[in-house]
Design a protein around this ligand. Structure first.
Ligand SMILES: C[S@@+](CC[C@H](N)C(=O)[O-])C[C@H]1O[C@@H](n2cnc3c(N)ncnc32)[C@H](O)[C@@H]1O
Length: 436
């Protein structure tokens, strides 16, 4: 099939799938399955699920037209797999960087399959968008041209708003082509009347000298004289560098500054925003920082685990949902080493990990790195723990604590009543530590 034939076939199958889903939603015919997989709580929500199933559930719960901004950074159809780097320590304390599968971007190497997968999801996002909402789709040279075409079909070419070029310096260089140093963010409004707040940016005068035009305000900084103009569609924002404190090891992590621009332009404080391919949660953290309500979803455990950890560390208050059966697989042995009563009626507990047999799927780990993981499993499996989650008053809300070097295998919690403990390994797998 030619490229155009593949696009047409994929689009048509995506549309058929969407029609089938909408019929299910409107007639309530779900072949005996639950009407809604997730009872959406108030506030921000992180979900571990396939976004198709989750968006269907949102629509069933009446979320049609509720999202002011949706941003997605989906697979780009690179036809390859992406890894996340995870650091583990061996028995001697030496650190090793382990490459673990983050997500698969192959789509059977079929453009038709990619277009089908994307178009049904884009149609569901269109339905979730508010009438004045905007959809921001982050892509690069692999697929931005295909998705632009199908978005013109699905959303209407009249609703195209912008093609933002995000330029960066990092990444490899090309010998047979110019170095590829930009991504493309396509912006569409649901309708022609959409909300957007375009910020101003500096525009330096020629020669960095003042123009002294009548009625034009000019400013001066270290570089020279400039005016303020409405922001252009080419954005220079640094990638998350190797040594940046923002870096979390997720291969396709996007910078908070880029996310902030999108969120502030597309929504206002208190608005509902969403990222249905949230990966390690960059958009969600930026939304939280900007005072937006957010919903994030990813179908990979490792991604959701990274997002959960980073959102908890940044003090975000959110709910976590996952489909039954995806939850806790194994148990971890936790015992109380010391318990001291506190003045406020609580207890200071010192806990110890007494037994831990990680449930690790070695097939997800790059072949060259497997030996390090096997050694850790044999010599000191606790090194494979990443963080523990403590439900201090047994109300279902967990706080995360990193297992820092000082407390590895020796956990301190301040708890007034019963405490539920869970643990998460470096690859995102959850374990039940029981109730103490
Ligand atoms: C490019 S990454 C997103 C990275 C993210 N923007 C960040 O800053 O970390 C794409 C993500 O989409 C997720 N994904 C792919 N297909 C999905 C699906 N059907 N449902 C939910 N998530 C999906 C992958 O697991 C991956 O984490």
């Amino acid at each position: 099939m030619t490229v155009l034939e593949q696009i047409t076939a994929g689009l048509s199958r995506g549309r058929q799938e969407y029609d089938r889903i909408m019929e299910q939603i409107t007639t309530g015919d779900n072949h005996g399955a639950d009407q809604s997989l997730y009872n959406m709580p108030e506030g921000s929500v992180l979900v571990h699920a396939d976004n198709l199933e989750f968006m269907m559930s949102l629509l069933k719960e009446g979320y049609q037209g509720k999202f002011r901004t949706i941003y997605i950074d989906p697979p780009f159809f690179t036809k390859s797999k992406f890894n996340a780097a995870v650091v583990i320590k061996d028995g001697e304390g030496t650190k090793h960087r382990i490459r673990h599968l983050a997500f698969d971007d192959r789509f059977e190497r079929s453009l038709e399959c990619y277009i089908e997968n994307m178009s049904v999801r884009l149609l569901l996002m269109r339905d979730l968008l508010a009438d004045d909402g905007t959809l921001w789709i982050h892509l690069d040279w692999h697929s931005s041209h295909y998705i632009r075409l199908i978005m013109d079909e699905l959303m209407g070419e009249k609703n195209f708003v912008n093609e933002i070029i995000w330029c960066y310096k990092s990444g490899g260089s090309g010998k047979k082509h110019f170095s590829r140093k930009h991504d493309t963010i396509l912006v569409y409004g649901k309708k022609q009347k959409y909300y957007i707040d375009i910020p101003e940016e500096k525009s330096y005068n020629r020669g960095f000298k003042p123009y002294n035009f009548k009625g034009v305000r000019e400013y001066c900084d270290d570089q020279g004289w400039y005016t303020l103009v409405n922001m252009k569609d080419v954005w220079n924002v640094d990638m998350v560098g190797r040594t940046s404190s923002e870096r979390n090891g997720y291969a396709t992590q996007k910078p908070l500054e880029l996310m902030r621009r999108i969120i502030e332009a597309g929504s206002q404080e208190g608005d509902l925003t969403g990222d249905f391919f949230c990966g390690s949660g960059s958009f969600l953290e930026a939304a939280e920082l900007a005072g937006r309500k957010w919903v994030g979803c990813d179908n990979e455990k490792l991604a959701v685990s990274l997002a959960r950890k980073r959102l908890t560390s940044s003090g975000s208050d959110f709910n976590f949902l996952e489909t039954e059966g995806d939850g806790i697989a194994e148990r971890i042995g936790i015992s109380v080493k010391e318990s001291q009563p506190l003045e406020n009626g609580g207890r200071l507990l010192k806990l110890a990990v007494t037994g831990f047999v990680p449930d690790i799927d070695i097939g997800y780990i790059q072949k060259n790195d497997r030996l390090h993981v096997e050694n850790a499993l044999r010599e000191d499996p606790v090194q494979l723990l990443d963080y523990i989650m403590i439900d201090n008053d047994y109300d279902g809300q967990f706080i995360c604590r990193n297992l820092t070097e000082e407390v590895a295998g020796d956990i301190v919690v301040i708890a007034p009543g019963r405490v539920r403990i869970k643990a998460v390994d470096v690859f995102g797998r959850e374990y039940d530590g029981g109730i103490i």
